[in-house]
Write a protein that binds this ligand. Structure first.
Ligand code: CDP
Ligand code: CDP
Length: 221
């Protein structure tokens, strides 16, 4: 039986990780959050006080970094950084780090290794167009900027972050721009992806839509 490979792409706050996690549980397959990997590298760069113009130091840091997912948590050099990578300080720098071709080269290789020999649902920005071009199913999630910013703001406030709605709007618009205009593998819907606008849809609606696409395609986990 063929492994099932689902690629989920879209901008920040479209619902990728929430929905992918639930689909993974329902199908009993692995969920891989590639955004968390770019965030982990960015966190390490910030902690070490390395400037984004210092390419040599970032290349060296990449070679000395170990990233792992264990039980849905992300580990950076064996430290659980699942909460720290979500801070606004990381969000505001991550797209510039993710635009560096050598950073992408290293992380894409890791992502392909993680997805080999297993059934997976992987989310990010370039999964359907680059990382897993041969995925059986490709989903492109979108929502209006206002809706995405509202969702992310609610989430940040609930987690006790000291941010304003304007901070979140600015961050999301800035990342949308950098992610979709960078030279290497920009955020873009794959030609063969199914686009789902989640603006006025519940999480359950979107999960059910994806599960019904999986059933239609006829692959088994
Ligand atoms: O969760 P949120 O949508 O805010 O972002 P994320 O998925 O955690 O991704 C953080 C950032 O990493 C994005 O804004 C992109 O700059 C970058 N990223 C990327 O370039 N390629 C991916 N496959 C995943 C994330
Ligand atoms: O991963 P991505 O940045 O695309 O989005 P997310 O982190 O999964 O979703 C951001 C927030 O929106 C979460 O708090 C979700 O619960 C919420 N959400 C929602 O309210 N309705 C949806 N249809 C999808 C997500």
């Amino acid at each position: 039986m063929k492994n099932i490979v689902i690629a989920v792409d879209g901008p920040a706050g479209a619902g990728k990780s929430t929905i992918s996690k639930i689909v993974a549980e329902r199908l009993n397959i692995e969920y891989i959050d590639t955004g968390a990997m770019y965030r982990a590298i960015t966190l390490k760069i910030i902690r070490k006080g390395i400037g984004l113009e210092d390419i040599d130091s970032i290349k060296k840091l990449l070679n000395e970094t170990h990233i792992d997912f264990i039980n849905g948590r992300i580990y950076l050099d064996e430290e659980d950084v699942s909460e720290d990578i979500r801070k606004i300080e990381v969000s505001s720098k991550v797209s510039d780090v993710a635009a560096m071709p050598f950073v992408r080269g290293k992380l894409v290789e890791l992502q392909r290794n993680m997805a080999s020999l297993k059934s997976v649902i992987m989310d990010g920005r370039d999964i359907g167009t680059n990382v897993l071009k041969d995925a059986n199913i490709k989903i492109f999630l979108t929502a209006s900027v206002d809706e995405r910013a509202k969702r992310r703001y609610k989430e940040m406030i609930e987690k006790g972050n000291d941010v304003t709605f304007e901070d979140i709007c600015r961050d999301i618009e800035n990342r949308d721009r950098i992610d979709s205009t960078r030279e290497v593998n920009p955020l873009k819907k794959a030609d063969d992806a199914v686009e789902i606008d989640t603006t006025s849809k519940s999480i359950d609606d979107v999960v059910n839509e994806i599960i019904s696409i999986v059933k239609k395609v006829g692959v088994k986990a």
